[in-house]
Design a protein around this ligand. Structure first.
Ligand SMILES: [Fe+2]
Ligand SMILES: [Fe+2]
Length: 309
C-alpha cells in the first residue's frame, strides 16, 4: 500500500511500539499513538492563541499532534496566557493525501475486508486531522472576543483529544500496512469553518452540534462492523473516540447555550436559524438520541431539521 515517494509518511513515527507493555489493549494502542515527535519547551509559542496559529500553520500531521500535546501540557501547568492572534484562512496540509472535491471521491467500501477497513480508518483519520484544526481555529479566531478562561480550557481539551484520535488512527493504519496519506481524501471539510468564520454561535451550531453530533449517530455501527470483521483493535479505538466525542458535543452545547443566553437569544430558534443558513441540507436520521441526550443536546433542536428517514 505504501507509495515509494511518500518519505515523510514512511518516517513518521506513528507506529513505534511502546517501550514497556501496558496493561490493557487500549493502553497499548494509545502508547503507540503517543510515540511521535516531541516539541521542545523553549520553541513553544508564548501564548495559547499564537500556539493555535502554529498548529494551523504546521503542514505535517505529526507536527500538529506534537504541538497540540505540548501546548495542552503547558496550559495545564498554568504557564500560558491566552493572548490574541488571527488564524490563517485555511490550515496548512501535508503533500499527501491528495485532496479531492467530494463528488470525485471514490465510493467508500463498506465491507470488512482489509481494504475496506483501511478506507474507513483513513477517512476517519482525515476527519480527525480536520478536527484538530477546527478546535485550534476556534481558540485563535475568538481569542479577541473577551471570552472567559473556561472557554479556552474547554476547547484546548477538545483540541488535545482530537490530536490523540488522529494519532491512534494513524498508528492503526500503519499496523494494518497502510498510512495516512496513502488514499485520497475529501476536500470539503473546511467549508463549515469558512461558512461560520464570522459568527461563533453559528460555528458552534454547525461544527460540534451538527457535524460532531452526526459522528455520534454513525460510530456505534462502525464499531459493530469492525468487531464483526474480526478487528477488535480498530473497534477499541473507535470506542475511545466515541466516548470523547460525546464530551466534545457537550462542550459545544454548553457554550452555544451560554452565548445565546448572554445575547438574549432563544437557543432553539437560534440553532434552527444558524443551521438553515450555514449548513447545506437537512440532518440525517436515525439519530442516536441516547448519546445526544448525554451530550446535552435537546431533541427539539435537531429533530425539527431532520429530513425524512
Ligand atoms: Fe475526534
Ligand atoms: Fe471531536
Amino acid at each position: 500500500m505504501r507509495s515509494k515517494d511518500n518519505v515523510m509518511l514512511r518516517t513518521a513515527p506513528f507506529a513505534t511500539p511502546p517501550a514497556a507493555a501496558p496493561r490493557d489493549k487500549l493502553a497499548r494502542l494509545e502508547a503507540r499513538g503517543t510515540a511521535m515527535q516531541q516539541v521542545s519547551e523553549p520553541s513553544l509559542p508564548i501564548t495559547l492563541a499564537a500556539g493555535a496559529v502554529a498548529v494551523l500553520d504546521a503542514a505535517e500531521p505529526a507536527r500538529k499532534v506534537a504541538l497540540s500535546r505540548a501546548l495542552a501540557a503547558r496550559w495545564r501547568t498554568g504557564g500560558m496566557p491566552i493572548g490574541q492572534a488571527q488564524p490563517p484562512p485555511r490550515p496548512a496540509r501535508p503533500v499527501r493525501p491528495l485532496l479531492l472535491p467530494p463528488r470525485d471521491m471514490p465510493k467508500r467500501r463498506h465491507g470488512g475486508s482489509l481494504a475496506g477497513r483501511i478506507a474507513l480508518l483513513h477517512a476517519l483519520a482525515h476527519i480527525e486531522l480536520n478536527a484538530i484544526d477546527l478546535a485550534w481555529d476556534i481558540l485563535a479566531r475568538w481569542s479577541t472576543a473577551g471570552l472567559p478562561p473556561a472557554f479556552f480550557a474547554d476547547w484546548l481539551g477538545v483540541a488535545a483529544e482530537e490530536a490523540e484520535h488522529f494519532a491512534l488512527l494513524a498508528s492503526r493504519l500503519e499496523a494494518l500496512g497502510s498510512a495516512y496519506g496513502e488514499l485520497p481524501a475529501h476536500d470539503g471539510l473546511w467549508e463549515a469553518a469558512q461558512a461560520t468564520a464570522h459568527d461563533l454561535i453559528a460555528r458552534l451550531a454547525v461544527v460540534p452540534l451538527v457535524l460532531e453530533a452526526r459522528g455520534l449517530d454513525v460510530t456505534p455501527e462502525m464499531i459493530r462492523r469492525l468487531e464483526r470483521a474480526g478487528d477488535p483493535d480498530s473497534a477499541l479505538i473507535l470506542e475511545r473516540i466515541y466516548a470523547d466525542e460525546i464530551g466534545h458535543v457537550a462542550v459545544g452545547a454548553r457554550w452555544f447555550e451560554l452565548l445565546c443566553r448572554a445575547q438574549l437569544l432563544d437557543p432553539e430558534a437560534t440553532f434552527h436559524d444558524r443551521v438553515r443558513r450555514h449548513f447545506a441540507g437537512a440532518l440525517k436520521p436515525p439519530f442516536n438520541d441516547d448519546a445526544r441526550r448525554r451530550a446535552g443536546l435537546p431533541a427539539g433542536d435537531y429533530r425539527a431539521l431532520a429530513c425524512a428517514p
